[in-house]
Write a protein that binds this ligand. Structure first.
Ligand SMILES: Cc1cc2nc3c(=O)[nH]c(=O)nc-3n(C[C@H](O)[C@H](O)[C@H](O)COP(=O)(O)OP(=O)(O)OC[C@H]3O[C@@H](n4cnc5c(N)ncnc54)[C@H](O)[C@@H]3O)c2cc1C
Length: 502
């Protein structure tokens, strides 16, 4: 065979192979869209629902995105959430590629009386974004951010992650409040609150929402803003995912230098009593530009002690004035505080391997850190080689507390510190005794708190969830009756409609 023939035959073989692969691929794709049998599912009330093959096929055909059933290659990945100790298997997963897909999924779920879970970033610590036997609507393909620098607004799709938003807005020298871990979902974080390194300056994430587009339980596309459906606009800013699936948010942006001063300062555990007292006083008097988390941390085999996390986003000439007293409050053993890009500090607490460790938590809001609270935290603190443990105050206050109480459904404008009890363990460890320990420990501190963060809802009773909406509860029930009277969207800090069931 001469060289020319060899080359051409090689090309021919490659082309033939590519075509064959393409056909195989197309066949596989077609196969994955083919529904082969009826699907056993459950309703919101837990009753058995049998979905006929043809109906599920019709749903699949109605989507630009994916319908994933158990056994599909992508199902395993899609069903997972951040916390690997919550291991649930939805009967079907819809991954919408657009608003129409969200509508089709909602219509199908409602008409079939299915239990529905909505997943954005999958960070709900109690796994509200997944379920056994229902439909998961996984928004992970609905990720986009469009910044209008002149109007200082960003349009952010309902499945976006915080890192998407920070990255795109910061490119224009603009920001809005986001949480402290970049792979948290914009959807869940914003609808329930949105504390973060800039919340003391710019308010909660939800305080920066100028409008939300939703698909409601009846499959309608609804816009909520000060001018359109203002009742819903009030409710989605604190009422969580109770009223529909948010497909897009419009955020107010603020100019900010992308370089901030931030990092971590760690101290020996022996200095805890003096340092927690220092924190209580210093955090309360801090300027809005200083964000200071503080508390106790135990990472078995690595570090145990007092941890302060700093992010100062104000005038750099004043940075030392505000940060030096923190350094001098004890004897630092680690100090990483220095100039840092805002998007980098926003990723500094990201979890590198989210599947490795299970977790459990409790949270309680406080408007002040009392002596009693500090004593209870120190008295109950116990390290254990099988569990990582954080008892940390997330810094709130500032602009959060300057928003009038009735401006949004978020009911806890008094919060200056979100007291977080977070525990994690390597998969394989029996968490039961550790969870019990944490519950008992938190019970000694809870009397010094007032309410809790609905985004961190765990296994609180329905009565406790209701009480936690404080004076906004009745108005929220009215809205739930109007927008989701059958409680289609119940996997959240649920507002039970008058005629519905929990
Ligand atoms: C590691 C970690 C760090 C965190 N840090 C912070 C922080 O700094 N500040 C803070 O305020 N909170 C923080 N949180 C808590 C966080 O606000 C909640 O876990 C929040 O619910 C996460 O949103 P998500 O979209 O990632 O979660 P998901 O689990 O996907 O969803 C949570 C809830 O929101 C609903 N939901 C999500 N998206 C939509 C949507 N588009 N439309 C309608 N409903 C929707 C879901 O149905 C579910 O009920 C943190 C949590 C974790 C695990």
């Amino acid at each position: 065979m001469n060289r020319r023939k060899f080359v051409s035959s090689g090309i021919a073989a490659a082309v033939a192979a590519a075509l064959a692969n393409q056909r195989l691929y197309a066949a596989l794709l077609a196969a994955s869209d083919t529904v082969e049998a009826e699907v056993n599912a459950i309703s919101g009330e837990g009753a058995e629902v049998i979905l006929q093959r043809a109906a599920v096929q019709e749903l699949a055909d109605s989507l630009r995105g994916n319908l994933l059933l158990p056994g599909h290659a992508a199902y395993e990945e899609a069903r997972r959430i951040l916390n690997p100790s919550i291991d649930k298997h939805p009967a079907l997963i819809v991954q919408p590629k657009g608003v129409a897909d969200v509508k089709n999924a909602v219509d199908f779920a409602r008409d079939s009386n299915l239990l529905v879970a909505v997943k954005c970033g999958g960070h709900s610590p109690s796994g509200k974004s997944t379920c056994d036997g229902g439909m998961m609507i996984d928004l992970s393909l609905l990720r986009s951010v469009r910044v209008d620098p002149d109007r200082r607004i960003a349009q952010v799709s309902g499945g976006s992650l915080l890192g998407d938003m920070d990255h795109d807005t910061m490119a224009f020298g603009l920001v809005t409040t986001a949480g402290t871990v970049s792979h948290t979902g914009v959807g869940g974080l914003t609808l329930g609150g949105g504390f973060g390194r800039l919340a003391r300056r710019f308010g909660l994430a939800l305080d920066n929402v100028r409008g939300v587009e939703l698909i409601t339980a009846d499959g309608r596309f609804v816009r909520a803003s000060p001018d359109e459906n203002p009742d819903l606009y009030w409710g989605v800013r604190g009422g969580g995912g109770n009223f529909g699936i948010a497909t897009s948010f419009e955020f107010q942006l603020h100019p900010m230098d992308r370089q901030v001063i931030g990092g971590d300062i760690m101290f020996p555990i022996s200095e805890a009593p003096q340092l927690l007292r220092f924190y209580a006083e210093y955090a309360a008097g801090a300027p809005d530009e200083l964000y200071l988390d503080g508390g106790l941390v135990s990472i078995p085999g690595q570090f145990s002690g007092v941890w302060f996390h700093v992010c100062y986003s104000g005038d750099k000439a004043l940075a030392d004035k505000f940060i030096d007293p923190i350094r001098k409050a004890g004897t630092p053993v680690v100090d990483t505080v220095g100039p840092v890009d805002y998007t980098a500090i926003q990723k500094s607490a990201d979890v590198s391997d989210p599947r490795a460790r299970g977790s459990w938590m409790k949270s309680g809001f406080a408007s002040e850190i009392s002596e009693g609270m500090i004593d209870a935290i120190i008295d109950g603190w116990e390290e254990h080689p099988e569990r990582g443990m954080f008892v940390v105050w997330q810094h709130a206050g500032g602009a959060i507390g300057r928003v009038p109480d009735d401006a949004t459904a978020f009911a806890h404008r008094h919060v200056r510190h979100d007291t977080l009890f977070l525990m994690d363990w390597a998969m394989g460890v029996d968490p039961a005794p550790h969870v019990k320990w944490l519950r008992d420990y938190f019970a000694t501190v809870e009397p010094y708190t007032y309410g809790f963060y609905t985004n961190d809802v765990m296994d609180e009773s329905q009565a406790k969830v209701n009480r936690n909406y404080l004076g906004h509860y009745d108005r929220l029930v009215e809205l739930k009756n109007k927008y989701d009277p059958t409680n289609l969207f119940r996997l959240n800090a649920n507002i039970v409609p008058t005629a519905g069931s929990a």
